[in-house]
Design a protein around this ligand. Sequence first.
Ligand code: NAI
Ligand code: HPV
Length: 462
Amino acid sequence: MAQARNILTSLPQDAHLSVSTSPTTTFHSPPSSFGGARRPVPKQLKPFNTQDIKILLLENVNQSGKDILTKQGYQVEALKSSLPEDQLIEKIRDVHVIGIRSKTKLNQKVLSEAKNLLVIGCFCIGTNQVDLEYAAQHGIAVFNSPFANSRSVAELVIAEIITLARQLGDRSNEMHKGTWNKVSHKCWEIRGKTLGIIGYGHIGSQLSVLAEAMGMSVIYYDVVSLMALGTSRQVPTLDSLLREADFVTLHVPELPETKNMISAAQLAQMKDGSYLINASRGTVVDIPALINAMRSGKIAGAALDVYPAEPRANGDYFNNSLNSWEEELRSLNNIILTPHIGGSTEEAQRAIGIEVGDALVRYINQGITLGSVNMPEINLRSLTLEEPDYARIIYVHQNVPGVLRKVNEILGNHNVDKQISDSRGNLAYLMADVSDVRTSDLKEIYDSLEALSSRVLTRVLY
Ligand SMILES: NC(=O)C1=CN([C@@H]2O[C@H](COP(=O)(O)OP(=O)(O)OC[C@H]3O[C@@H](n4cnc5c(N)ncnc54)[C@H](O)[C@@H]3O)[C@@H](O)[C@H]2O)C=CC1
Ligand SMILES: O=C(O)C(=O)COP(=O)(O)O
């Protein structure tokens, strides 16, 4: 277990955490021109104690991540599923850190209740479930794992391409029901067929290499111009990809621009008897339009791993009538339906647990934002907290003129060993290591920084 002394912070803290003699530590939230209310202000500084840090992990975060966090001495509560919004709000009020996967929606309503929250760990690739902008403006850093499950998704898609081409799902279902149905009609090899990849990022490009190794031709469409791997080829428009590909697979993020990216008009562009695979986000494919295209025989098969609404926990899904099209979808032939398992392998989950767990520890203990998806990336070499009278000041502030001058006036009477600052949009992040400071100096520094109108969040680690 990590030492309870030395890595220290002026956390936004609740009465329970406070060592104040007053049991009613109060916060004030004066209005700010910067995204609404300011975050609560603790009444006092206190030395950081890892055991004060409360962490809530949802959605069955891998043991590797839990181990990293518990080893630090943090209080970790881990739940297997996501939570309904009202329960999430109750829980999030109390914690300094929350770890989620793709299901938990951390929208403005939920985050506005997260009075103590310092940091969010998305133990997955996608961060569409978090209001990143709102979090940034309230000094809440967000981390994810940008590619630790890419290979797992790419391998799943390869399996699905062959499964669809050979109608393996249907043959297997028939055998389970006792029917021997040996057919070759409309069953194909994938060698020589064209795979069309929409979104040539981490997953799309990995898939490109695997598909070529099996003799497929690969074309891809992306909003940015990207280097082609192997003999793959970028095509200029979505329509040109849809017209040319035998298999179309989606690997784009959930964005307003990707909502219903594949709908009736796009399906009509696709080759007769082609296949569609979606392991990106459920909003990207218009499912009723896909059902029509499959019923008409235009689309010969499909694989869906993601859905517009997904349940919080394992159990009944299709019996919950979340969507009007469920019955029809299930009744189609040659359609593979999987419960969002693209990234669900032992390898991926373990790697994600370590990557995000480490990022959280670095941020909590040292304020390092490397890899953050919503904050400027800031790093200074390790804290030398063994030295007496040494502290790290972190000041998250609005990116407006004149702030650095004021901050340096405040720090100016002390020995600033190192300092770094960067901005991202209208948010800036300053980190300064100061030596020869006493606790009383820190209190003064802290109060002065807090008093600046540009302040979003101040942390003092000592
Ligand atoms: N089924 C599952 O379990 C998993 C699903 N995912 C989903 O897959 C998505 C893609 O993952 P990565 O490849 O790692 O992301 P990435 O960010 O590396 O690549 C996404 C690519 O899509 C492109 N893109 C964005 N908007 C586009 C548009 N309108 N049209 C065409 N291209 C567009 C981007 O330029 C980028 O090249 C994630 O955002 C996530 O939603 C990720 C992991 C697991
Ligand atoms: O990594 C992603 O974005 C995924 O979609 C995987 O999500 P999950 O961790 O399985 O909830």
